[in-house]
Design a protein around this ligand. Structure first.
Ligand code: KG4
Ligand code: ZN
Length: 345
C-alpha cells in the first residue's frame, strides 16, 4: 500500500510517500523557521500563507523523490489536528482536492498518533515485534506533553498531560529569555553541551499524578537569568555577554535542560511501572533532544524506542504510517474530513 502523507499543523510543510506503513520512499519537509525566527516564534497567519506557497512544490517533490506517479498511490492522508487552525486548513483542503481529483480515499489523522507511528518507520523489527504492547508513549512537542498508553494499534488511553505549558514551549521560552533564538530546543541543547557547570533549578514533580507542569520552571529561568545577568532576550537585559556571562548562560541552559529532562524521564518511567508497560516510546520535537534520549535510555527498566531525530520533529511520513496502520484495522476514508485544531485522543 502506497500512502501519501501531508502534514501542515504548525510551521513545517511536509509530504511523504510511505509503503505499507513501514518504508519511507520520500519525506520532504519545508521548514519555515527562518521566516518566523525574526518574530521569536510562530506567527499563525504567516505560517498558513507559507504553507500555501510551499504545498504544491513539496507534494510534487515527494512524488518525484519516491519515483511514483499519482496513479501509483493507494490513498491520501493528512493531519486533521491538533495544530494551528489556519495551517491545518491548508493541508486538509489540499489533500481533499488531491483525493477528489485522483479518486483516492482520504484519511484525516491525529498529529499525536503520527508522532507515535514514527517509531514504525525505523526498519528492522516493529515495536510490537521488538517489545510488545502495552507501550507507554511520551509525546513531547511545542504544543503537547502527554503520556499515552498504547495497548495495541489504535487503542489509546490518555494517562496524563501538562497543566500549563508544553515542554517544547518551555524550551522555546527559556531560549528566548536568554536570547538564544528560535526554535529554542536545539539552541538550548547546543548551549548546554558547552556548559562546564549546571545551574540548579526546581522540578515540579506533581506527585501522585501523571501530570506535568512547566510554568514554574519557566518562571525560575526568568528570575535566574536576571540574577545572573544573562537575560539577553529581555527588554531590560544586557545587549551582549562577556566570557563569564557566556559561561553563566551555558550553565543556566544546562540547568533548564536537566530539570526538564529529569521530570520527563521520571514521570514516563513511573507511568511504565504503574501500567506494567513492556516498553517506552517517545515522539514529538522535544524527543530529538540528545539529553532526553540518553537519560531515557540510561534510566529505563524497559526497552526504549526513539525514532531518529529527523523523524521526531514534524514530517509527513509519520502521518502516512499512522494512516496505513489505521487502514489495516478498518479505518474508513472520509472526503468530508475537517481541520480540527483541538483534536485529541
Ligand atoms: O513536534 P514538533 O516538531 O512540532 C509540534 O508539533 O509542536 O515540536 C517542535 C518543538 C519546539 O518547541 C522545539 O523547540 C522542540 O520541539 N525541539 C527540541 C529539540 N528539537 C526540537 N526541544 C529540545 N531539544 C531539541 N533538540
Ligand atoms: Zn509535532
Amino acid at each position: 500500500m502506497l500512502m501519501l502523507g501531508i502534514e501542515t499543523s504548525c510551521d513545517e510543510t511536509a509530504a511523504s510517500v510511505v509503503a505499507d506503513g513501514r518504508r519511507i520512499l520520500s519525506n520532504v519537509i519545508s521548514s519555515q523557521v527562518e521566516v518566523h525566527a525574526r518574530y521569536g516564534g510562530v506567527v499563525p497567519e504567516v505560517a498558513s500563507r507559507q504553507h500555501m506557497l510551499a504545498m504544491t512544490p513539496i507534494y510534487r517533490q515527494a512524488l518525484q523523490e519516491a519515483g511514483v506517479t499519482p496513479d501509483d498511490l493507494d490513498g491520501v492522508s493528512v493531519t486533521a489536528g491538533p495544530g494551528l487552525a489556519g495551517s491545518l486548513l491548508v493541508g486538509v483542503n489540499y489533500a481533499k482536492g488531491l483525493a477528489m481529483g485522483l479518486g483516492l480515499p482520504l484519511y484525516g489523522m491525529n498529529h499525536l498518533e503520527g508522532h507515535m507511528y514514527a517509531a514504525w518507520l525505523e526498519g528492522g523489527p516493529t515495536p510490537e515485534e521488538a517489545v510488545g504492547f502495552p507501550i507507554v508513549c511520551l509525546l513531547v512537542s511545542g504544543g503537547h506533553t502527554d503520556l499515552v498508553l498504547m495497548r495495541g494499534h489504535g487503542d489509546y488511553h490518555h494517562l496524563g498531560g501538562t497543566r500549563d505549558d508544553a515542554a517544547g514551549e518551555a524550551f522555546d521560552k527559556a531560549a528566548r529569555v536568554m536570547g538564544l533564538g528560535f526554535p529554542g530546543g536545539p539552541a538550548i541543547q547546543r548551549e548546554a553541551q558547552g556548559a562546564s557547570s549546571v545551574e540548579p533549578l526546581p522540578r515540579a514533580w506533581m506527585r501522585g499524578t501523571l501530570e506535568f507542569s512547566f510554568s514554574g520552571l519557566k518562571t525560575a529561568v526568568l528570575h535566574r537569568a536576571r540574577e545572573l545577568g544573562v537575560g539577553v532576550g529581555l527588554p531590560d537585559g544586557p545587549a551582549e555577554l562577556d566570557d563569564d556571562g557566556l559561561e553563566r548562560r551555558r550553565a543556566l541552559a544546562a540547568g533548564f535542560q536537566e530539570a526538564a529532562v529529569d521530570v520527563l524521564v521520571e514521570k514516563t518511567l513511573d507511568a511504565a511501572r504503574q501500567t506494567e508497560a513492556r516498553g517506552v516510546l517517545i515522539g514529538g520535537g522535544v524527543s530529538a533532544n540528545a539529553a532526553l534520549r540518553e537519560a531515557m535510555r540510561g534510566r529505563s527498566h524497559v526497552p526504549v524506542l526513539i525514532p531518529r531525530p529527523a523523524l521526531c520533529t514534524d514530517n509527513g511520513a509519520m502521518i502516512a504510517a499512522a494512516a496505513c496502520h489505521g487502514v489495516e484495522r478498518g479505518l474508513q476514508p472520509d472526503l468530508a474530513v475537517n481541520a480540527n485544531p483541538g483534536l485529541f485522543f
